[in-house]
Write a new protein. Structure first.
Length: 332
């Protein structure tokens, strides 16, 4: 099954910035849905796009107004990122640490800026960060924030609690998940706070854990999404009824249906090609490369954004993946 891209609007400068970003990994919409951050892995930078998503009678429309390119001595191989709030970004550097950045106050206007991290998260023994990849932010009580980090080549997920009022200093570090993970490459939290999904590259599946359980390194997944190829980006839809998975080893996104719950094993409800064959084969340097990597759903729950090196930016109507009758619009 193939679906059509949204023909997004963008000026020549924005399209040139996208073309020059090089190998990409994760991407993430800001909470207010006005910014889209893309991890520029190979060039060790982040690209911040000023974006508008609008709904209309013919489906959603996307406009990329401008961009800001961010570099830093605290950025390395930028693999994962997530917003703590509209102006604070957590960046996971696979060759280093997780760095927290306050975005420049000015609006993106085609500028390149070098910035410094407001805090670096290292973890503490025995839970020091090791090859941090994707990161998910979870808001906690009393100004605390949990950073859930996939440690790619240590094959585990760690949790680091930082406190906003103390300059995001880490007050707790723990090993969260380990059993059955082999190169955890993507992570997502359900909007109702009940589930955490982790893509496991080496086992070619996505593990789903119940957040209501007492999670620890020996916790077994409640559910497993099978036939995911080489899963990378993973996202719950706004109503938590579907999970969308980017398959880095094929041109596909895979869509899974919750049914009566996320427990148990299931195969994709549908698989959709989001790259044409020529583009996919151009990036096919190995059996687990060439396909989509970064994946996010905008905060209005209407647009899916996808990125990979050969196609740094593409948008699709969420309804074309899961069906319009299955979507409950609104902020997530």
């Amino acid at each position: 099954m193939t679906i059509h891209q949204i023909d997004f609007k963008a000026g020549d400068a924005v399209r040139a910035a996208l073309a020059e970003i090089g190998r990409t990994e994760d991407l993430r919409f800001s909470p207010d849905n006005r910014l889209l951050a893309i991890a520029g892995y190979a060039r060790k930078r982040c690209l911040i796009l000023r974006i508008d998503v609008e709904t209309g009678p013919d489906g959603p429309g996307v406009t990329l107004h401008n961009f800001m390119e961010l570099t830093s001595d605290d950025m390395g191989e930028v693999h994962g990122l997530d917003f703590i709030d509209d102006r604070t970004l957590a960046v996971a550097n696979r060759d280093g640490l997780v760095a927290l950045f306050a975005l420049p106050r000015e609006e993106p206007a085609g500028q390149c800026r070098e910035i410094a991290a407001i805090r670096q998260i290292r973890g503490r023994r025995p839970y020091k960060l090791n090859s941090p990849g994707s990161v998910a932010v979870r808001q906690e009580l009393h100004g605390r924030v949990s950073l859930l980090v996939c440690n790619n080549y240590a094959h585990l997920v760690t949790r680091h609690v930082v406190t906003r009022w103390f300059g995001y200093r880490a007050t707790s570090n723990q090993l969260l998940l380990k059993r059955g993970l082999d190169i955890p490459d993507g992570i997502a939290l359900s909007h109702d706070g009940k589930w955490i999904a982790v893509s496991s590259h080496g086992t070619k599946d996505v593990k789903i854990y119940s957040m209501w359980a007492s999670l620890g390194p020996d916790s077994e997944p409640a559910g497993i999404l099978q036939n995911a190829g080489y899963p990378h980006g993973v996202r719950f839809t706004g109503d938590d009824r579907h999970i969308v998975v980017a398959d880095a080893g094929s041109p596909m996104l895979h869509v899974y249906d919750r049914g009566t719950g996320w427990d148990g094993r299931r195969t994709p409800e549908r698989s959709i090609a989001v790259l044409d064959e020529e583009t996919f084969l151009r990036g096919r340097a190995s059996f687990d490369e060439g396909g989509p990597k970064g994946l996010d759903i905008d905060r209005s729950n209407s647009v899916v954004a996808v990125t990979c090196e050969e196609q740094p930016m593409a948008f699709f109507a969420l309804a074309s993946l899961v069906g319009p009758s299955m979507i409950e619009l609104g902020e997530t």
